[in-house]
Design a protein around this ligand. Structure first.
Ligand code: FAD
Length: 423
């Protein structure tokens, strides 16, 4: 007979999403277990760029990205790459991405992103205040830079959406641009500065602090991996890696890019894939960096974090198993050196992380249609840190059966029909 234990709520995955959900559920009077085999925030939540990108409201699945993707794919170490052996497995995801970029879906996806971002701002402030973690944040803004007026003009679509949603942005050139970031290569003649943009000092430290706060409020961290999920009466049975069983009243699946297989355990087929991203973290004094800089046309950012200057981004479609190709991190570092010649590129630490990505650039925050005791909270792609507190608030609303803070319809599981109207 296998050993069985029980809890009210099991959260699978201790990244920024799972840790934030654990904190949000800690004071519900229920017994909460956070299941994570590693230290908290050791996956994608460790090495990201640390941006609270509330202004990033345009889904990646856009009419523009399809054109840009074809251009980027031409460069083997460019911002986007697709492993030839992964073309077949990722084809359905790409088809869904193309579908999401069409005019009958794209504006609705923007509205859904805006609603989540607005909640994300207020909930992040509330979470940090509640946990006493405000010192993890700093507001320095972000500077997007462009090579020529025509490249700035090409990004006008983004500007229009920003204006519509009241996001403050200043267009800069010449001396104003040079003053905003001294040492920028002269090929970058135009920029857009967004002052309200915030960064966290160290994404992993924040994720771990949130997790520790949850533990101090009664959440148990179980260092295990979940092998499989099974419906079991009203609740769910979790089969753990060491063979033990955990019977949970409700389960939150927050295992990032690894969530698809867990959802299959209760019969949900979800088109989750991973956009692998790379970066290099340099010592904090590697550059006098005044704010995050986004090189939009080159697909990477340079971020001033407390843990160092982080140069990274890019998207590699190659699944969860293939070994990292750190040449991609090096390629971005070389470009950063060319664009910011004062950057000292010595003593960097390369990193690769699995962004959990759904094809329409929106997460799933919903009960499973197959089993009401299973709640999904994954698929945040490029924006998981930004949307973590909002996701936790919504998961709490779902679990406690309160009216959700925003309409959850856009984040449901069943939205991925290719043809016809979505249910
Ligand atoms: C290069 C890069 C830059 C980024 N920059 C930003 C940024 O500036 N701002 C932003 O908002 N977002 C950014 N992101 C995206 C962000 O990092 C992710 O969206 C976010 O970290 C996802 O969090 P998560 O908790 O869902 O996943 P993860 O952090 O990957 O956590 C999932 C956890 O689940 C655990 N797990 C997996 N399977 C199981 C199992 N079977 N049982 C138990 N546990 C399991 C894993 O060990 C892991 O710890 C960036 C991502 C990358 C790669």
């Amino acid at each position: 007979m296998m050993e069985t234990s029980s809890c009210d709520i099991a959260i699978i995955g201790g990244g920024i999403i799972g840790a934030s959900c654990a904190l949000a559920l800690a004071d519900t009077g229920q017994q909460v277990v956070l299941i994570e085999p590693q230290d908290l925030a050791s996956g994608a939540s460790k090495g990201n760029a640390g941006a609270l990108a509330f202004a990033d409201i345009l889904p990646l699945a856009s009419p523009r990205i399809i054109r840009q993707a074809l251009r980027w794919l031409a460069d083997p170490l460019g911002p986007l790459s697709l492993a030839p052996s992964y073309l077949l497995p990722v084809a359905p995801w790409l088809l869904q991405l193309w579908r999401a970029s069409l005019p009958d879906r794209y504006p609705a996806n923007i509205r859904a992103q805006v609603a989540l971002m607005q909640l994300a701002q207020t909930e992040m402030d509330a979470l940090l205040e509640n946990a006493g973690l405000q010192s993890h944040l700093h507001t320095q803004g972000v500077l997007e830079v462009y090579e020529g007026a025509h490249r700035l003009q090409a990004a006008q679509g983004t500007a229009q959406w920003r204006d519509r949603y009241g996001i403050e942005a200043q267009v800069l050139q010449g001396a104003d641009l040079a003053a905003r970031q001294p040492g920028l290569a002269p090929r970058f003649t135009h920029g857009v500065y967004i002052p309200g943009w915030r960064n966290v000092g160290d994404p992993q430290a924040l994720g771990q602090a949130i997790g520790q706060c949850a533990q101090s409020r009664g959440v148990q961290h179980l260092r295990q991996s979940v092998r499989w999920l099974q419906a079991s009466g009203q609740g769910v049975r979790l089969i753990l890696e060491d063979g033990r069983l955990l019977q949970a009243g409700q389960v939150v699946v927050a295992a990032g890019a690894h969530s698809r297989q867990l959802a299959q355990g209760v019969g949900d087929r979800i088109p989750l894939d991973t956009e692998r991203g790379y970066n290099t973290t340099l010592p904090p004094d590697a550059l006098d960096l005044r704010q995050q800089i986004t090189f939009s046309d080159h697909g990477f950012v340079v971020s001033p974090l407390r843990c160092g200057i982080r140069v990274g981004g890019a998207v590699e479609l190659a699944g969860l198993r293939r070994a990292p190709n750190y040449q991609r991190a090096q390629a971005m570092l070389n470009k950063a050196k060319a664009f910011l010649p004062d950057l000292d590129t010595r003593d960097g630490t390369p990193w690769m992380g699995f962004r959990p990505s759904l094809p329409d650039s929106l997460p799933i925050i919903a009960r499973s249609p197959r089993h009401p005791a299973v709640v999904y909270a994954f698929g945040h792609g490029h924006l998981g840190l930004t949307q973590s507190a909002a996701t936790a608030r919504l998961v709490r609303d779902i679990i406690t059966q309160n009216t959700p803070a925003i309409d959850l319809h856009p984040y449901r599981v069943q939205r991925f029909s290719l043809w016809g109207k979505r249910t």
